[in-house]
Write a protein that binds this ligand. Sequence first.
Ligand SMILES: [Zn+2]
Length: 67
Amino acid sequence: MGNQEQFILKGPIKGMGNLYRCSNSGNYFMHDGTDETPCCKCGFTQSEIDIMPFDATFFTKLRKEEL
Ligand SMILES: [Zn+2]
């Protein structure tokens, strides 16, 4: 339950946007806002963050439900 909590990863530079992942391509990208589509999402569980192929501590981690 608690470990299914969703987080947003906000870029450290103003205007950089939030981290998204496209499930079709597997690519990560930055985008404004928190809108999601069936393929591109910005809500991540801690398990998903742990396996990101870069240092996710670069981002500010916010609880998605608080946004
Ligand atoms: Zn996509």
